[in-house]
Design a protein around this ligand. Structure first.
Ligand SMILES: Nc1ncnc2c1ncn2[C@@H]1O[C@H](COP(=O)(O)OP(=O)(O)OP(=O)(O)O)[C@@H](O)[C@H]1O
Ligand SMILES: [Mg+2]
Length: 330
C-alpha cells in the first residue's frame, strides 16, 4: 500500500459577507462545504469545476494560507489546520504551491536567484554555498540555466516564468505541490511543455500533485484521479479513466460534453444545461445541482445526495448515478 501524502477531511470554509444593516442576518459565501479526499504518494490528483466552485479556496486551505472554519488537512502525517505561523514554518518545506499567474506571482524587483531561494527560509539556517548550489540545481532541473539567477522576471517569457515558479516550489524538495491552474495563463504551445515538465519532475523526484484546472483535457493527461467540484462540494471522484469513460454525476457529464474534442473512444450524448450557477450564498435542501440538472426529479429537491460508491474507487453524489452509468454503456 502506498503512503498517503495528503488527507483532507470535511473541510469547511464559509466567507462572511458584509452586513446590509446592523440587524440583518449574517450572510456567507459557502465556498467549501465539507470536502474530503486523499492523495497517495507520487500520484496526481485533479480538481475540476466551473469558475467560483471553490477550487482556489480549497488550495489555499490545504496550503494553510488562510484560516479554515473546520475540518482537517494532514500532510505527511502532520495536521496543518489551526497551526500558528511559527508552527507551520518547519512544515512548509513539505508542501509548496504554484499559482496560475506567472506574472503576478513573481516579485518583479527580486532576482530569479532570490525568488527561487525564498522557500528555503522554512528550513532554518543554511549556508550561502548550499543555498546557491540548491538554486542552480533546481533551475537546471526545470530546464533553465544556472546563470539565470542574476536576471529579473521581466527578462523571461510566460512559460519560462512558470518554470521559475516551479523551481521555487521544488527547492525545498516537497512531497506535495499544489498547482492552481498552472498552465491556463500560458499559450497552448507552451502549456504542453510545462505539463511535460511537471510529469518529468514527478518521475524524477516522486512528487505528489494536487492539480487544479478547469480544462478537462489537461486533467485527463496529467492526473491519476479526479474530483469534480460543484458549489463547494465534491460531486464525483474516481480514477481519471473510470470517471471519463463512465461519468456517474450529470454535472461531470456536462463538463465532459463541453470538451470540444473528446478523447478517442468516448461515447457521449449531449446534455443541455439549464439555468446558470446560482450563488453560493444560500444553503439549500436537496441536490445543489437540481436547478440545472436535466435528470432532476422530486427526490432531488427533497434529499441531499451524499457521495456513494458507484464502482471500485469511484464515488458520486447523485440519486441517479446507476441510471446515468447504464446509459453511458448502453
Ligand atoms: N476572500 C474571500 N471573501 C469572500 N468570498 C470569497 C473569497 N475568496 C473566494 N470567495 C468566493 O468563494 C467562492 C469560491 O471562489 P474560488 O476562488 O475558490 O473559486 P474557483 O473555483 O477557484 O474559481 P476560478 O475557476 O474562477 O478560479 C466564490 O463565490 C468566490 O467569490
Ligand atoms: Mg481559482
Amino acid at each position: 500500500m502506498s503512503k498517503t501524502v495528503l488527507k483532507v477531511t470535511d473541510l469547511v470554509r464559509h466567507y462572511p459577507l458584509p452586513k446590509e444593516s446592523l440587524f440583518a442576518k449574517p450572510r456567507y459565501v459557502y465556498a467549501l462545504n465539507g470536502v474530503s479526499f486523499e492523495i497517495k504518494e507520487g500520484k496526481s490528483f485533479g480538481i475540476v469545476g466551473e469558475s467560483g466552485c471553490g477550487k482556489s479556496t480549497l488550495a489555499r486551505n490545504v496550503m494553510a494560507l488562510e484560516p479554515t472554519d473546520s475540518g482537517s488537512v494532514i500532510i505527511q502525517g502532520e495536521e496543518v489546520v489551526c497551526k500558528s505561523f511559527s508552527e507551520l514554518r518547519p512544515l512548509r518545506q513539505h508542501f509548496q504551491m504554484v499559482f496560475q499567474d506567472p506574472y503576478g506571482s513573481l516579485d518583479p524587483h527580486h532576482t530569479v536567484g532570490r525568488i527561487v531561494a525564498e522557500p528555503l527560509a522554512a528550513l532554518g539556517k543554511i549556508s550561502t554555498e548550499e543555498k546557491n548550489n540548491r538554486v542552480k540545481e533546481v533551475l537546471q532541473s526545470v530546464g533553465l540555466k544556472s546563470t539565470d539567477t542574476e536576471k529579473y522576471p521581466h527578462e523571461f517569457s510566460g512559460g519560462q516564468r512558470q518554470r521559475i515558479a516551479i523551481a521555487r516550489a521544488l527547492i525545498t524538495r516537497p512531497s506535495l505541490i499544489v498547482a492552481d491552474e498552472p498552465v491556463s495563463a500560458l499559450d497552448v504551445s507552451v502549456q504542453a511543455q510545462v505539463l511535460n515538465l511537471l510529469k518529468d519532475l514527478q518521475d524524477s523526484f516522486g512528487v505528489t500533485y494536487m492539480f487544479i484546472s478547469h480544462d478537462l483535457a489537461v486533467v485527463e493527461y496529467l492526473c491519476d484521479e479526479v474530483a469534480v467540484m460543484y458549489l463547494g462540494s465534491i460531486v464525483e471522484k474516481g480514477r481519471t479513466e473510470d470517471l471519463f469513460k463512465s461519468p456517474a454525476h450529470p454535472y461531470t457529464k456536462v463538463l465532459l460534453d463541453a470538451v470540444p474534442k473528446p478523447a478517442s473512444g468516448r461515447k457521449r450524448e449531449r446534455i443541455r444545461l439549464k439555468g446558470t450557477v446560482t450563488g453560493q450564498t444560500e444553503q439549500r435542501i436537496g441536490c445543489s445541482f437540481q436547478d440545472r440538472c436535466p435528470m432532476a426529479q422530486d427526490r432531488c429537491r427533497r434529499e441531499t445526495p451524499s457521495l456513494k460508491k458507484v464502482g471500485p474507487e469511484h464515488l458520486a453524489a447523485c440519486h441517479f448515478s446507476q441510471e446515468l452509468m447504464k446509459e453511458a454503456t448502453a
